[in-house]
Each structure stands twice: as C-alpha cells, then as structure tokens.
Design a binder for this molecule. Structure first.
Ligand code: PLP
Length: 374
C-alpha cells in the first residue's frame, strides 16, 4: 500500500511509521557513535551499555529486575526478537495461541517455527475489543506451548486490562505455557473522557509470570526510529540462552552505533514519554472525529496508533476494493484489515488508519476524506 500511495500521490496513513523527524538529540548520539568508531560487530547479544540501559529503564518503568548479562538479547527490531523467541522456545507440532486479528508476523513466525497457530477471536463490542473467556480456555490444551499477546494491540488499539491479563496468566500457569508479549507500544496509551491514561502492565510483572514470559520490545515506536531496526528481548536466563543462539545464527547482531544511541534514548527522563503520549493523544483525538464524519464506524483506540474503521456504509464488496478506491480516487492510503485475519472474510469490511503522522499530514488526509461519500 505504501507503493500504491506513492504511485497515486496519496496521503499515506497505511504503514505504521512516523513521517516526522526523529528527536535531534537521539540522531546526534547515533552520529557521534559512528564518529567514535563503534562501527564493527558488537557482542552478538548486544552492546553492554545498551543492555544496562534497558535493564535500568525496565526497572524504573515496569519495576522489574532484569539481569543485563543473562536475560537481555538485543535484536534487529522486535520483528527479529519475536521470530528468534519462537524458534528458540517452540518445538515442531507445539501449538501457539494467537489472537485474531493479529499483527501480521505472528502467524508466519509460528509456521516458520514448525508450530501450529491456534487463533482466538477478539470481538468488537461497545466496550472495545474483548476475548471470550470460554473460547480462550478452549484453545489451551496439552500441546499449547505459548500464547502471543500484543499489548497495546496492533491493529485493534486494545489495551488488555489487569483482569484480562490475570485470566491469561492463570491459563499459562495451569497449562504450563509461555507468554510472548509484544510491548512495543507500551508508552502509547490514551486518556478517555477525562480519565487519565492507565499505566502499561507487562505480563512479566504478574505473579508467577516472570519465569514464563518473554517480553519483546523495540526502539522503533517509542523513539520514532522504525528504520534503525533495533529491538530487544527480555527473558529468563534459560530461555535467553536459546534465544541468543538463534539470534546469532539469524543476524549476528543489531547495528552497533545505533545501540550506543539506544543507550542514550533509554536514559531519557519521564518528560520525554509524557510528551510522546500527549502528542499521540492529540493526533488520536483529531483523527477519530474526522473519520466518523467521513462515514466510517470507528472507536477511539485505547493504545497504539491505529484506528480500525468499519466501511460497511460505503457499499464496497471488500476492504481491498475500498482501499484501492480510497487511494486512487480520494488520495488517502490505508491498510485493508483482511490482511490481519486468519480468515480474510472477517476483516473484509474494515480498514486500518495509522495516525503517527505530522499534524499537517493528518489535516491533508482530513481534507481529502471530505470528498468521500457514504
Ligand atoms: N510488533 C507490532 C505490534 C508492530 O506494530 C510492529 C510494527 O508496526 C512491529 C512489531 C515491528 O517492529 P520493529 O520495528 O521493532 O521490528
């Protein structure tokens, strides 16, 4: 869709990358690291200063004690973090539970690891996207090796409540399963109707879950550096041993100078994260009313930077056809949500708008969407 957006000069609200600048100080640290000749292979599991900074930030933000020597692996983005985790922890024939719709890599990651993905639906309700507890329980069995949770969630914008996480944790303990959590939107959670944004809850902080949780995270979204490809995995030391081996064979290591800059980014004060939250809150609160006015049926996301928008009112056969119309005739690019479902028909009347864009980009999209007729 990014290619199509270019071809038709459409405003690109498709793929999840910011079109605004990375903070100057973070860029400067990367330049300095290259100038200081941090340009050769780093230790395969990550530059020590970066791992130390990750451990410190994890302690201050989540209250979790993590040993940077034995429990952190630096990877090429969370994308590599997740596949390295799956390949290390899952055996052929094991089952991995994935909520539907899902961030598009999880199912292929499971298949590449010779695992069997088992999907459990997230249902859209008046209270946001929720899972049915009986459906989730029914998906767990003797073969279940892990469940993947993306929290805050792409594409639905769901933020799992403590009660939901506790229910999942209980099932993991009962069935001796692991939990792989993708927490790359941990700092992007919204306030609603005057209620302040809830704090991020990591599954690893729940009782009995530290030893069975693998946290996958990344610099991409929090520091607006999706092209740097620097992520990290926090896991108990026995799992980390396997994850590091797979990581070494997959990529050897992430970019050395960018890890040095990452150490700086991780040490930024709370005010940096507060500002990030405020900026995204403003963008979310701008785009949702625009979409509703244009005829989409959509809710305010609780976290991350996407809006799921129902297109039924426009009368198109499916989301791909509608997306082509939107790009070619209206000049706005989005992602057809069928791409996020095991059964594409489930997403065939929904598209995803991404709003991690400059205010003027969002304003330009709003202007173009006025031409859309429901
Ligand atoms: N996980 C989720 C839920 C995402 O939305 C994305 C990118 O959009 C990624 C992982 C990929 O992140 P990274 O750049 O860290 O590989």
């Amino acid at each position: 869709m990014s290619r199509e957006a270019k071809k038709y000069d459409a405003v690109n609200l498709g793929q999840g990358f910011p079109d605004f600048s990375t903070p100057e100080d973070i860029k400067q640290k990367a330049i300095e690291a290259i100038a200081a000749d941090h340009n050769q292979y780093a230790v395969t599991w990550g530059v020590k200063g970066f791992r130390d900074a990750i451990a410190e930030k994890t302690k201050s933000f989540l209250g979790l004690d993590v040993d940077p020597e034995s429990e952190i692996t630096v990877t090429c983005g969370s994308t590599e973090g997740m596949i390295a985790t799956m390949m290390a922890c899952v055996d052929p024939g094991d089952e991995v539970i994935v909520f539907d719709p899902y961030y598009e890599n999880y199912r292929p990651d499971a298949i590449l690891s010779d695992a069997v993905p088992r999907h459990v639906p997230l249902h859209r309700t008046q209270n946001g996207y929720i899972f049915d507890r009986d459906e989730l329980r029914a998906a767990f069995n003797k073969k279940t090796k892990a469940i993947i949770i993306c929290n805050p969630n792409n594409p639905t914008g769901k933020v799992f409540t403590r009660e939901e996480l506790e229910f999942i944790a209980e099932l993991c303990r009962e069935f001796d399963a692991l939990c792989f959590t993708d927490e790359i939107y941990e700092h992007i959670i919204y306030a609603n109707d005057g209620v302040p944004a809830p704090s991020h809850i990591s599954m690893a902080t729940l009782p009995g879950m530290r030893e069975r949780t693998v946290v996958v995270n990344s610099l991409s979204k929090t520091y607006s550096v999706t092209g740097w490809r620097v992520g990290y995995v926090i896991a108990p030391s026995d799992l980390t041993l396997g994850i590091r081996k797979v990581h070494d064979f997959l990529t050897v290591g992430a970019a050395n100078p960018l890890q040095h800059a990452g150490a700086y980014a991780m040490s930024l004060p709370q005010s940096y994260y507060d500002e990030l939250q405020r900026e995204y809150q403003k963008k979310r609160d701008f785009i949702v009313p625009v979409l509703r006015k244009a005829g989409f049926d959509c809710d305010y996301p609780e976290g991350a930077y996407y809006v799921m928008a129902d297109i039924s009112r426009f009368g198109f056969t499916n989301d791909v056809e509608f997306t082509r119309h939107l790009i070619q005739n209206i000049g706005v690019a989005v992602v057809p949500v069928s791409a996020f479902y095991t059964n594409p028909a489930d997403g065939s009347q929904t598209v995803r708008f991404c709003f991690c864009k400059k205010d003027e980009t969002l304003a330009a999209a709003a202007e173009r969407l006025r031409k859309l007729t429901a």
